[in-house]
Design a protein around this ligand. Structure first.
Ligand code: IPE
Ligand code: IPE
Ligand code: MG
Length: 860
């Protein structure tokens, strides 16, 4: 109860503040009302008008100027209050939606709006009555005020209703003006000789007008007409509440909007392969969350290829919900985040959700194979943020905080998808460019929100930077631009421009991405220039210079779309609806992708073996195999070693089918090690020839299944033909999602780590990377395949018990299974047995594990 009261008090304060900030409405109320009633009284003829007044059930004679003054007062108040409520409800709509999403009681928001409306009506009605009394004395001033207030209440409720129903501000205002004009002028006996027609009883201000005239001239109390006026006020209030509820109910609202999806949005979902209306509703909720976050946020999603947009909406929308929760200032914000995290984990395990945002993210995780390893770290940051927003004492802290929040799960994956689609390999330097842009984005945001943040007692900048310029929180709260504040903004703008310069290199490295990337950088520079020119730090998320911004964004979109159009089939998920064939390529840089064909099911086992059932979630996510024993297999049969390698190909195919049947998402095979070059050249050549044959999607039937190929290793020393085959099969199977088959060719764990360290050292030396930013996840981005997940199960055939330099980074916590079977003798049943062994093992990752933890609980 106390919490509800508190929420209501806060919401009411904001509702009233919103009205007070509407200076135009205040000016209209203060000056327009006296001018209108004054002019009507003095300039209109005083000639008496005789008409039938239904509320008094008699003919009355009222001076013409008094009649015009009364109808003018009703009209003026209806217009002013309708305008006030419409504008306030519209301007707070985004914030209200975010509050409701964050768990703020909707009832408090609605009640606060109507209390503010009531207050506004009381004040303006009292004020207008007082001005009327300056010119003549009505018989019942209190009744006159009540009548004027009731008319205003009706239009105020209508304003709230229109704000929830209409998209355009202009349309809303036009409707209020037209409706009130028709409504009031039809009832004026001077303007309309038939003003006593019974039809007019249905007009919204009929009760108010009748009561006002009664109050002017008689002692009669028109209960019925006053009641009618209140009924109209209650009706518009009820419709307004319903519209507001619908507007802020994410699920229903989203569904409603999905039904009315504009054709272009339909196309986005079609190309992304999202057909289910519920799923679309989830993505739409996310999209609207992004849109409400700000124009630049939304622009990012507009600049990626169409099929990837829903992925970005889901990632961003999910982050927005957590952000809102952590910023809600609620005492139970951390518990709510915990509950959200638990629900998210369950949803990910189930593969769907009842919540629209989680449903979209769950779908995105499986569709685009998002790595979920970074989720716990980002959850922890939001949680800590909810408990206490940290003060930044250095730029390092500032960077670390924003990177954890705004570099969320999936950005790396998105970069990889773009890289795969464009045939360019996005490396760690590109990731760093992305970070730099994000830094500039966050800095612009922090500057824009300075005043708002300061009012909440915090500031999203390192405190020493403020102190160095002599800027204090108290100055910021006033919102005034002092010379110190201007100097601070200028200096930080230079910093942000520098970060954008750093980020710009990505466009030169990858011409296909250049249009999007340059547009994003230009948009940020526009924002910065607006801030430098002294745009008030008011906290709004709208951008200054809308026209220039729109021009930059839309020309950038057009340019980018020219490239993206050719990539659609590569980017669309395999399950998606058929994608139209791409137009001929504009430039030869990007090979034309093949239209996606539905993959064949895995070939059944020769002996009819079926995969083991009941493994549930104990199927490993990543199995890696050292395929050893080919030479001995051949030797046992008196054959040359090359025959052993050839026989290994059949085993490989069967194991891939076994992995598909069991639903293992990642299978990594050791094809040739960096140490295998020590063997006779003829043997190495034979192995390379077989690997080339096996990786060729045109010759190898494995790639007609739901299998995509990745390869890992050093290209140096490998024949150009083999590299071509590997790269082209990687591209051609990039849209498949069933099994990711990573072939390690010329691979050595130490070589991989050394190459990563070399690249990382180069970036640090260039100044593009701070040593303090080097963490294990960052290091992993420098490896051959940055998104290859950790190995769960590592199998070695051939009887030897060693790792032979295979995946030392990724297999740091793998379960090892050594089989005596020689590789050519293995088939999928061997893989399944190893998986069953794995499923029986307890993985502790340095913790205590279930059994030990159980024992500990029992012994306490
Ligand atoms: C592993 O089999 C395959 C490759 C190295 C390509 P081996 O050729 O090492 O077979 P063994 O260990 O000599 O039996
Ligand atoms: C490991 O097998 C390499 C591959 C399976 C490709 P090796 O047979 O080369 O390993 P060692 O030399 O016995 O350790
Ligand atoms: Mg061997």
């Amino acid at each position: 109860m106390t919490r509800l009261r508190l929420c209501l008090a806060t919401a009411l304060r904001y509702a009233v503040l919103e009205q007070v900030r509407n200076r135009l409405a205040l000016a209209l109320a203060v000056f327009f009302v006296p001018v209108w009633v004054g002019l009507a009284h003095t300039a209109m003829p005083t000639a008496p008008v005789r008409f039938f007044l239904r509320a008094a059930d008699q003919d009355v004679t009222v001076a013409g100027n008094v009649l015009t003054q009364l109808s003018g007062a009703v009209h003026a108040l209806a217009l002013i209050v309708g305008f006030m409520m419409f504008l306030a409800a519209r301007r707070s709509a985004a914030f209200d939606h975010r509050l409701v999403t964050a768990g703020y009681p909707r009832a408090c928001l609605v009640l606060a709006k109507y209390l503010a409306l009531l207050l506004a009506c009381l004040l303006v009605a009292g004020y207008a009555t007082a001005w009327i009394c300056v010119f003549w004395r009505p018989e019942q001033p209190a009744l006159l005020a009540a009548a004027l207030g009731a008319g205003a209440l009706t239009y105020g409720g209508a304003g709230i209703m229109l704000a929830a129903l209409l998209r355009s501000e202009l349309a809303g205002m036009f409707l209020v003006i037209m409706a009130s004009f028709v409504d009031v002028s039809l009832q004026n006996p001077i303007a309309n000789a038939g003003a006593d027609s019974p039809v007019l009883r249905w007009l919204p201000t009929y009760g108010a007008m009748q009561s006002a005239v009664v109050a002017a001239d008689t002692h009669h109390l028109p209960w019925a007409h006053l009641g009618l006026a209140l009924l109209w006020a209650l009706t518009t209030a009820a419709v307004g509440t319903a519209a507001f509820t619908l507007h802020t109910r994410s699920r229903l609202g989203a569904l409603r909007r999905t039904w009315r999806l504009p054709p272009l949005r339909h196309r986005v979902y079609r190309r992304a392969g999202v057909d289910d209306p519920e799923l679309r509703a989830g993505y739409e909720t996310c999209r609207r969350l992004v849109r409400r976050s700000g124009q630049t946020d939304y622009a990012v999603t507009q600049l990626v290829p169409t099929p990837l947009r829903p992925l970005l909406w889901a990632m961003y929308g999910h982050g927005r919900v957590l952000d809102d929760l952590s910023d809600s200032g609620r005492a139970d914000a951390t518990e709510r985040i915990d509950a959200w995290v638990r629900a998210m984990e369950e949803d990910l395990a189930r593969g769907t959700s009842t919540d629209p945002v989680r449903r979209a993210l769950t779908h995105a995780v499986t569709t685009w194979d998002l790595p979920t390893e970074q989720l716990p770290a980002s959850f922890a940051t939001y949680r800590q943020d909810a408990a206490e927003r940290p003060d930044f004492t250095s730029w390092e802290q500032w960077h670390a905080y924003w990177h954890a929040l705004s570099f969320p799960v999936g950005v790396t994956r998105l970069a990889t998808l773009l890289g795969e689609a464009t045939g360019t390999r996005l490396g760690p330097r590109d990731a760093e460019a992305l970070r730099r842009w994000t830094d500039a984005f966050n800095l612009v945001d922090a500057l824009r929100d300075l005043r708002q943040d300061a009012r909440l007692g915090r500031v999203a900048l390192p405190l020493p930077v403020l102190a160095a310029h002599g800027v204090h929180l108290a100055d910021l709260r006033t919102g005034r631009r002092t010379p110190q504040l201007d100097a601070l903004v200028r200096e930080l703008a230079v910093t942000a421009h520098g970060w954008l310069d750093d980020a710009a290199g990505l466009a030169d490295r990858h011409p296909v991405l250049a249009a999007s990337w340059r547009t994003l950088i230009r948009l940020q520079r526009l924002q910065l220039r607006a801030l430098e020119r002294g745009r008030p730090l008011s906290g709004g998320r709208r951008c200054a210079g809308s026209f220039r911004r729109a021009l930059v964004l839309h020309t950038g979109r057009l340019r980018a779309a020219r490239y993206w159009r050719r990539l659609g089939p590569v980017l669309a998920p395999a399950q998606g609806a058929p994608v139209p064939a791409p137009p001929p390529p504009v430039a030869p840089a990007v090979p034309r992708p093949r239209p996606a064909e539905p993959p064949l099911p895995p070939r059944p086992h020769a002996g009819g073996a079926r995969p083991p059932a009941g493994l549930g979630d104990r199927v490993p996510r990543h199995v890696a195999i050292i395929m050893d024993g080919n030479g001995r297999w051949a030797a046992e049969r008196g054959l040359p070693r090359s025959r052993g390698h050839g026989a290994g190909q059949a085993a490989l195919r069967d194991v891939v089918y076994g992995a598909l049947e069991l639903g293992i998402p990642h299978l990594t095979l050791y094809g040739l090690s960096t140490e295998n070059w020590k063997r006779p050249a003829a043997e190495v050549e034979e192995i390379l020839r077989l690997l080339g044959e096996g990786a060729d999607a045109d010759r190898e039937e494995v790639f007609a299944r739901d299998v995509r190929l990745w390869w890992s290793g050093l290209p140096e020393g490998l024949p150009a033909g083999l590299l071509d085959v590997l790269e082209s099969t990687v591209r051609r199977t990039g849209h498949r999602r069933g099994l990711t088959l990573t072939l390690c060719v010329n691979y050595g764990g130490r070589a991989e780590i050394t190459a990563a360290a070399r690249e990382l050292a180069r970036d640090v030396a260039d100044g593009g990377l701070r040593p303090s930013a080097v963490t294990a996840p960052l290091f992993a981005r420098y490896l051959h395949q940055p998104t290859l997940p950790d190995v769960d199960l590592l199998i070695r055939t051939g009887g030897d018990h060693r790792l032979s330099n295979f995946l030392p980074w990724q297999a740091a916590y793998a379960e090892l299974v050594f089989l005596d079977t020689l590789w050519p003798d293995l088939d999928r049943t061997g893989l399944w047995r190893a998986v069953e062994t794995y499923a029986r093992r307890e993985r502790r990752f340095g913790g205590l594990g279930e059994a030990a933890a159980q024992g500990r609980i029992e012994s306490t």
